[in-house]
Design a protein around this ligand. Structure first.
Ligand SMILES: [Fe+2]
Length: 209
């Protein structure tokens, strides 16, 4: 696929436009994508690319596909400049949202921020969900606070992008197949660049100078 995004400049530590931001994300996928995914049988890039492919195959809109693609980017907070997130190591869903906030639509940011909460929510409200999780995901659930309490569920259910967050969670859970072949990061670059350009042109976009 030929496009401007593929010709983006080398990644910079201080992205100032859409091309540079996408180049930074691509660089993280390339350098860190071979990391193992937290005890699963897939690498980090396989996991996030599979999550995105499943979202796209399900017909979800681009903002949600981007959320699926980038939902675990917060594990790499130290690969991003301080201006894109906290300097301290935070919970990866919050770090990921901080990296993307202002660059991507709020729907994308919400999917990233909410994917752990969505797991805790589904564990609480859906019979069989918890027991269908992978061993690693069940293990991390305890560290993440366990299933939500009824009051937490009530609050989470009011989330503006609830359905999108739950969808990304399900793709997150399913994107762990070591045999599944899916498109590479490059395939998403035009879509990502379009989302970022649109967001940066939005009157509600955060200031990035
Ligand atoms: Fe994940």
């Amino acid at each position: 696929m030929t496009n401007n995004a593929e010709q983006a400049a080398e990644p910079t530590s201080s992205p100032r436009n859409a091309e540079q931001m996408i180049a930074l994300l691509r660089d993280v996928f390339e350098r860190r994508g071979a990391d193992s995914y937290l005890g699963e049988d897939v690498t980090m890039s396989q996991h996030m690319l599979q999550s995105a492919a499943l979202a796209a195959a399900a017909g979800l809109d681009d903002a949600v596909v981007a959320g699926a693609l980038l939902h675990d980017i917060g594990h790499y907070i130290n690969d991003f400049p301080e201006s894109l997130g906290a300097t301290q190591d935070r919970r990866h869903q919050l770090s990921g949202a901080a990296i993307l906030d202002g660059w991507f639509p709020q729907r994308t940011v919400a999917c990233v921020r909410g994917h752990v909460g969505a797991k805790r929510y589904l564990c609480a409200i859906e019979d069989g969900y918890l027991h269908a999780l992978s061993d690693a995901s069940i293990e991390s659930l305890a560290l993440q606070g366990g299933p939500m309490s009824p009051s937490e569920c009530d609050e989470f259910a009011q989330s503006e992008h609830l359905e999108a967050m739950l969808s990304v969670r399900r793709f997150d859970d399913a994107g762990k197949d070591p045999k599944l072949q899916v498109p590479t990061f490059s395939a998403y670059m035009p879509m990502l660049e379009h989302l970022v350009r649109t967001q940066l042109e939005s009157p509600t976009a955060a200031t990035r100078t």
